[in-house]
Each structure stands twice: as structure tokens, then as C-alpha cells.
Design a protein around this ligand. Sequence first.
Ligand code: HEC
Length: 316
Amino acid sequence: MKNGKLKACLIAITGLGIMWASSSAVAAVEKRCTAGGVKVECPTQSDADVKKAAEAYGKEAEDFSEGKGGSTYGIAPFDYLTGVGKRANSDTKTYKTDSGYGEAKGSYKTELWDRVKKPGVTNEETYNQWTNNWSPKFDTTLVAGADPTQGKQWYYSYCIACHGWLLHGDGPSAAELNPRPRTLTRGDYMQKKTNLELFTIIKGGGEAVSLSSSMPGWGNLLQDQDIWNVVAFIRAMQDVPPPKSVAEYLNPKSTFKPNKGDVDALNAATNKDFKEANELMESDMAGRGGPELVGGGYVEGGSRKKPNEITLKVGK
Ligand code: HEC
């Protein structure tokens, strides 16, 4: 056990609200798949589904390298990166791509390219189109002080490899993981998880909540607000089925109901459990801590807001 870990364990034993046991496999197995402290069935995809998803991702990558592009794995008509509806395959005109991937027939292109072509569009607007297009613009949030649209962007940068395009735990690496990532959209499971549990595992990794270390910690990469935004995104996707239309994709209807008294981005600064968990995690992270709950810091830039600047209404 590293010194930092040992320290963390000792602090945990003194009675903190979160579990921070040793990272031994046995402890992890015993505590696996609890929700709200109660042992529950681990929601995962079947072997067959995970395998199918991995193959679809593989085909996607292959198509892309051959200049064909591809739909988001199995979720026609969505483009892998943009999430924007593709044109119908009957569009066989050849286009010069703006992305630097040469030329391709119509089906390669998405609706997005038309929008980018609009006269008078600046670079910044083009960037915003990209990010906003592969993010449904949520106009409400289910976590006060956190913005799911921003969270979605982090999710698609860092999490899909394992957790999958739609949070179903079927990313291209999922089949090789044991335990496998859970289905983060399963309401019967996720509704019982506290925001603090989600924040802690994302920031500190699986070990921070006695789960598998194959869930990495992101606290040295993402700032606390980014993590809250990701939590808000996960909450926004509860029980949301694979979209069948662009409209459905852009307006996912989550079943999550914020739990009374739960910590959120807005009240975190004054929440005792949060502060203790956060200090504990940061004690084990190089170059962390300090009076401001900023955290992270390696990912700079972007229009990151403070919790009280996020004006999204809490609710559906
Ligand atoms: C290398 C693969 C991998 C990556 C990348 C990854 N995760 Fe995980 N994650 C896992 C695994 C495996 C588990 C399940 C751990 C367990 O049950 O012991 C997990 C568990 C979780 C859980 C807990 C779910 C539960 O059952 O309580 C959350 C929340 C989560 N991950 C969010 C994220 C987010 C957000 C990101 C990106 C910032 C991310 N993960 C990136 C592998 C990964």
C-alpha cells in the first residue's frame, strides 16, 4: 500500500461517510453493486451485446479509415462524432470533406457540413456548432449548479471507450473489462446512487468507493465543475432508450428525480460529506487541494461556469 493510500484508509476508519477500503479484489467484489448502501444486482449488458457493440465500433473505425465515415455504431442515422443526422444513402454526390479526410460520397457527410457551409460563419461559430451538435442542448438540469451539455462533451472525450456511446456499458473496451462497466442508464440502479457516490468515483476512480481500479480517477484531469457537469449528464440519460430520430436524440427524457438532501454542485461548498470526501481524495492526488473547490486544472479553457452562474432550471 502506498503511503498516500494508507493515510486515506486510516482517515476512512475514523468514521467518514464514504467507503474507502483497501483496494484488494476481495473487498471490491463484496461491495460491488450497492446502491444507497444496499446490495443490488449489477446492471450490465450481456456478453453477446458487448461483443456486438465492440464489432460495430471496429467496423466504424474501419469505415472511417477508408474514407467512408460511418454511423454511430448501430444507431443510424447518427454520425459518430457529431451525433447529427446523416443524409440518406441515396445521396451519392461526391463531396470534398472539410475535415481533411479527402473526398467521400454523400452518405459520409452529415447535416452538419451544410450548416458549416453557411456564409458568414466564423471559426468560433463553427466550433460551437460541432460541440453543440453532438450535445443536445439541455435547457434544464437534474443537478443544481451543473450543466449536462458541458458534461456530455467530457463524457464523449473520456468515457465512451468503456462506458459506450449511450452509457450502456458497451464501449469498445468493455468486453475486456472485468468487472464490466455498469449500465449507467438503468433507473432502478442509478436512482438509488447518490450524487456524492457518482462524483467520488469519477474524481477518485473505482478505488475511492471500493470498486474496481479499472475505473480510472479523473480528478487530475477534470475540474470539480467538469465532474459535476458529467454527473448532470449521466442523470439526464436515465432510462433513455437508443434514439430513433434526431428529435429524440436531441431531447432525451430522463426518469431521474433529484434525491432530497443530496449534495449537488450548488451546495457542495457547504456540504460536510462532500468536503470530507473531496479532501480525502485530494490528499491522494498530487498537486491538489487548496481553499477553492476548483480541483483538476489540467484541462483549461472553455466556457466553464461556476455553479451559481449556471442558470438552468432544475427539473424536466
Ligand atoms: C478504462 C475504462 C473506463 C473508463 C475510460 C471510464 N470508466 Fe467508469 N467505470 C469503469 C468500470 C470497469 C466500472 C465498474 C467498476 C466496478 O463496478 O467495480 C466503472 C464505473 C463507473 C461509475 C460507477 C457506476 C456504478 O455502478 O456505481 C461511474 C459513475 C463511472 N464509471 C463514470 C465514468 C466517467 C464519467 C468516465 C469518464 C470521465 C469513466 N467512467 C471512464 C471503466 C471505465
